[in-house]
Design a protein around this ligand. Sequence first.
Ligand code: CO
Length: 340
Amino acid sequence: MTVVDVHAHVFPEIGRAESRLLTGRDDGPWLRTTDGHGAGMMMAGGTEYRPVRRTLWDPAERVADLDRLGVDVQVLSSTPMLFGYGLDSERAADWCRMVNSRLLEYAAYAPDRLAPLCQVPLQDTETACALVDEAMRQGFHGVHIGNHLGDHDLDHGALTEFLTHCAERDAAVLVHPWDLPSGPRFSRYMLAWLAGMAGETHLTILSLILSGAFERLPASLRLMFAHGGGSFPYLLGRADNAWHRRDLVRADSPHPPSHYTDRFSVDSAVFDPGALRLLVDVMGAERVLLGSDHPFPLGEEHIGRLVRESALAPEEQTAILGRNALAFFGLAPLVKEAVR
Ligand code: CO
């Protein structure tokens, strides 16, 4: 059985001067790697953002982790603070190209184990589409995007245009929450991550459904959401009830929300056997993919343990632990190479 983890982050080594030069800002993201003991610090300008492990920027360390944890392949995304969606279009394109080239270098350490996703300047649809084309030719396995752009959710015209382009180019799309709710109520106890991320993802999935965007998007689009789809699967019944009972809710969607669960996938990062069971009941085992959020502390430390130790049928476990991901991200050729 091939084990594939589809939700994992890289923060390539980017210095402060380089960040300043490319972003034109003094508060841009960079990585301080001189903290010693294999630790580093994600920085926003002069402000310490989050302490991180060496795995985040060192591929040798990453592969050692994967070996220790019995993971064959990891699908790599940049860290959402690197998206660059706040930059003007030209800077954003250069920034994304730089991040993408670092991701390729990182993955080149073990091309049969590390499968990178590109990032694109979502604020500029034309360039974002061009960068997807470029990236797919360069060997990326899809694209990693944030779940919204300012006040626009993924159902917004320019963003559905981008998603349609991804479908046409056969580029898988991983959606990660970013730009989380803020303010004093969210800044305590990592509540922006614990409650905000779940709500953000829920909001984006419902926006796509209730706007009727799935009626317009190609059925071939391979779209997935991190963190088990946030609070969406748990509260799907609430959304269905609202669709049936309020014309405000069903104005733009010809079917209730539960009709659309075959249009996207989710990862398995829910940290509880009961939650995983519910997720598989709602989405189907073929639409849940092992995702850990490695190497961040809020991720699954023993990647895959929740699925392996669950009461799910062996067939369901095999699908979630790797088979679904091989198809979703087109990884079969890479794995075959490794076996050969
Ligand atoms: Co993540």
